[in-house]
Ligand binder design. Structure first.
Ligand SMILES: Nc1ncnc2c1ncn2[C@@H]1O[C@H](COP(=O)(O)OP(=O)(O)OP(=O)(O)O)[C@@H](O)[C@H]1O
Length: 406
């Protein structure tokens, strides 16, 4: 079987290439794939099944699970999708950034399953990270001047971001406490299954934390309890910005003090908003800009674009930017108001090595040069990221427990 692993940069038109494979109109080297039906494993496919479940109450891939797809963690959703696609015994399986969101154990078991599947299914792996290339695929390609050519080098390149200062805040938050978040002996169960036990964690002003843990360990659950999007905190010793959960605090007050980024937000900006307006919208927490920005806000947004070295794209539609540029802009948007707490949920998902490095350097800089507390969430240790402390979730039979390092 002639499998292919293709290393891509974020500038390649991946969607178009995938569509050609699905339509059996693949060009040149890949024309031999056109005689077989292809299926796609990607974050987009998961989204499609979630939509299906939202509309019809059933996605069609969760048959072996009692739980809905929507309530599963992102890693669990990907595992279910792979099982489903492999059960179809497709002629061609396109793997788009297959290891995103997966912890080390899941990556190992995916590699084994894909190797077995490779005996009867042609695999085309598309990845933005060389370290994710499937070891058993010998045909390794990259794109150069629009052509597929043999891959050069086995390590990801490194880059450095501009050293301009972080723009100053336009407004200073007045908080009654320096303790932004406190969990004391907090536990969470879903349908009588305990997923978190005895969580004890404090996040103080200005600290730089990483929240880490394998798939399904409860990272999203903890995050949504902090942002006010999860009712599990009520009646427990959970304090957000000094107020006990359920003591009449407003969710909008909480959200006002938090800057938030998850890669899924990218799709929300599909309209014609310019990059500049998208950054400004961070001042008012809207998705896109619907109010007239003040001169100060516009000036500050330009300063952010300077830091990102994207001034020349200020009036470009956000949807027309490369994936790396969009992600840089979303970090800036979450940070423009210098919130007391900045939450970055898997901010590197789907990025190539160059953009990964840029975002990590930007995050380190924000944490070091501002008084914002940064909470970085991912399942793995990120090379180059410099959190002061790590809150690590470890799964046990009775739900995850948290340990603190650093
Ligand atoms: N509404 C819900 N109903 C039932 N189970 C749920 C619900 N929400 C979360 N869970 C379960 O709680 C556990 C923790 O999920 P959570 O999404 O917090 O994990 P995670 O650490 O963010 O995982 P991942 O890295 O895969 O995104 C998972 O086993 C998930 O299936």
């Amino acid at each position: 079987m002639q499998h292919y692993a293709i290393f891509l940069s974020n500038t390649f038109n991946k969607q178009n290439f995938i569509q050609q494979l699905l339509d059996k109109k693949a060009p040149g080297l890949f024309a031999s794939f056109n005689s077989s039906d292809a299926v796609l494993f990607s974050a987009y496919t998961v989204q499609q099944y979630l939509l299906e479940e939202d509309i019809h109450g059933y996605s069609g891939i969760e048959a072996t699970r009692k739980q809905t797809l929507r309530s599963m963690s992102s890693g669990e959703q990907k595992k279910v999708l792979l099982q489903h696609l492999l059960s179809l015994k497709p002629g061609v399986l396109i793997l788009d950034n297959v290891f995103d969101n997966l912890d080390t154990a899941a990556q190992t078991s995916f590699k084994e399953e894909l190797k077995l599947a490779g005996a009867h299914t042609l695999l085309i792996q598309l990845t933005h990270r060389k370290r994710d290339l499937l070891p058993f695929i010998e045909n390794r390609l990259m794109v150069s001047a629009g052509e597929f050519v043999p891959l050069e080098g086995n390590t990801d390149d490194e880059i450095h971001v501009d050293d301009a200062p972080v723009p100053s805040p336009l407004h200073h938050y007045k908080l009654s406490t320096t303790e932004l978040v406190r969990f004391t002996d907090v536990h969470v169960s879903y349908d009588s299954r305990q997923v978190l036990q005895q969580i004890n964690w404090r996040i103080n002003a200005g600290e730089f934390w990483q929240l880490k843990g394998p798939n399904g360990s409860g990272k999203t659950t903890l995050l949504t309890m902090i942002t006010g999007d999860n009712v599990k905190g009520y009646g427990q010793q959970l304090y957000i910005f000094g107020r006990k959960k359920g003591s009449g605090e407003s969710v909008w007050d909480i959200k006002d003090k938090i800057g938030y980024l998850t890669p899924a937000m990218t799709d929300l900006f599909s309209t014609r908003h310019t990059l500049l307006h998208m950054i400004v919208s961070g001042f008012v927490d809207s998705i896109g800009l619907y109010t007239i920005p003040s001169d100060m806000q516009l000036r500050s947004a330009y300063e952010w674009l300077q830091l990102l070295q994207l001034q020349h794209k200020a009036n470009t539609a956000f949807s027309k930017l490369t994936q790396g540029e969009q992600r840089l802009a979303l970090v800036a948007r979450a940070m423009v108001k210098h919130p007391p707490l900045l939450i970055l949920d898997e901010p590197l998902m789907g990025l190539d090595a160059t953009n990964t490095e840029k975002i990590i350097q930007l995050i380190n800089k924000l944490a070091a040069e501002t008084s914002t507390a940064v909470l970085y969430v991912s399942h793995q240790t990120e090379k180059g990221l410099q959190p002061q402390k790590v809150f690590e979730l470890l799964k046990t039979e009775n739900g995850s427990i948290g340990t603190i390092h650093g």
